[in-house]
Design a binder for this molecule. Structure first.
Ligand code: DAH
Length: 371
């Protein structure tokens, strides 16, 4: 500590002399400049701008100076502080930029890199969901027969989903218990309950003759359990041509069943009713597990010997007329089946929930499919 100042010149206090402060600043600038990283810079800050720095010590001396000297010394110290702070900030921004550059370099990920390990068992491969796969397999069967893929929206006009397909307003499937209405019952929009509305969309937009399949998602108010899910998938088929008959329908579906369940599989039509087909049938496939000896232990067919696979029939002339098709010239057949059910039969899956829960261990089993 210096003795109390009697003179106005702060030079009398050595620490406050222009030379001392000038030296302190020069030394500090030099050292700040030499810092190589943020850690060193922090150290330099403590040394040259901290409580025990020369500048701070000099600052403390100011208090003992006469008023005029105080002003000069104060300015001198403040200028030194500003110079050092500005230089410190400049160096800090340089070092931060350098640090970020290094991080970007060292943590770079090469997204094109091929895994070095030649050991396939160490590689984790993704796999598409079996529903996607079955949808493509099914579609391919029809593409090979000259069909095209048709699409429609999942949020569908009630008219396409029901009315255009001859499903009357009083039909139980249209109730709030079964169908998801968007916003309210009278909105005119539903989450489609079947892929059949794509039939009408295809008939209204495509040229005849017409051969299409439409795989897609459908929605019904069902609880999720071993055999139901509120969101599931169907594939719809529609053929409109001159002279099509039930025989063409049966031949087409027999070929479809063979490709899905194997050579020699037996099918049967069971009379049924759908508002949009006349006549209508349920398509059953003989249980390929217990074959001709139905046994009550068979989980696949529950001992009946047959599996209900889908619905089908000749397109109701009323539906053709709604689409403006001349029923004296053209006839058509249609069919629709569930993808989840198909998967369950094909791979003996007993719980439908496995297909919606997204457990990768389930999907991984279908990683490669032998067709
Ligand atoms: N849409 C029917 C359902 O969801 C399935 C169906 C039956 C589709 C007969 C058809 C058909 O095209 O002709 O239960």
């Amino acid at each position: 500590m210096s003795a109390p100042n009697s003179d106005i010149d702060p030079v009398q206090v050595a620490a406050l002399s222009e030379a001392a402060i000038g030296n302190a600043v020069a030394k500090a600038l030099e050292e700040i400049k030499k810092t190589n990283n943020l850690e060193e810079l922090k150290q330099a800050k403590t040394t040259h701008l901290g409580d025990k720095s020369l500048i701070a010590l000099a600052n403390r001396e100011i208090g003992g100076l006469p008023p005029e000297a105080k002003a000069i010394a104060g300015k001198r110290v403040a200028t030194a502080r500003v110079t050092l702070s500005e230089f410190y900030e400049l160096r800090e921004s340089e070092l931060v930029a350098e640090y970020e550059r290094e991080i970007l370099q060292s943590q770079k990920v090469d997204i094109n890199q091929v895994l070095a390990s030649p050991d396939f068992s160490l590689r984790k491969f993704g796999s598409r969901h079996p529903l996607t796969q079955i949808s493509e397999i099914m579609s391919d069967v029809f593409i090979a027969m000259g069909y095209e893929i048709a699409e429609g929206p999942e949020a569908e006009a009630e008219w396409f989903n029901f009315d255009s397909l001859n499903i009357q307003p009083s039909h139980p499937s249209r109730s709030l218990q079964d169908t998801f209405y968007l916003t309210e019952m009278d909105s005119g929009m539903v989450l489609r309950t079947q892929t059949s509305p794509v039939q009408m969309r295809a008939m209204l937009t495509r040229e005849l003759p017409l051969y299409v399949v439409a795989p897609g998602k459908v929605f019904r108010k069902d609880e999720l359990d071993t055999t139901h899910t509120p969101v599931f998938h169907q594939i719809e088929g529609l053929a409109i041509d001159k002279g099509l008959s039930m025989a063409h329908l049966k031949g087409t579906l027999d070929h479809f069943a063979t490709t899905m369940f194997g050579e020699g599989v037996i099918t049967r039509f069971r009379p049924s009713f759908f508002p949009f087909t006349e006549p209508s049938a349920e398509l059953d496939v003989q249980c390929f597990l217990c074959k001709n000896q139905p046994n009550s232990n068979c989980r696949t067919c529950k001992g009946t010997g047959w599996i209900e696979w889908g619905g089908c029939g000749m397109v109701n002339p009323k539906v053709l007329q709604t689409a403006g098709i001349d029923t004296d010239v053209y006839s058509g057949f249609a069919f629709g089946m569930g993808l989840e059910r198909t998967l369950m039969f094909r791979y003996s899956i007993s719980d439908m929930r496995d297909m919606v829960e997204g457990d990768l261990r389930f999907s991984a089993q279908f990683g490669s499919v032998l067709r």
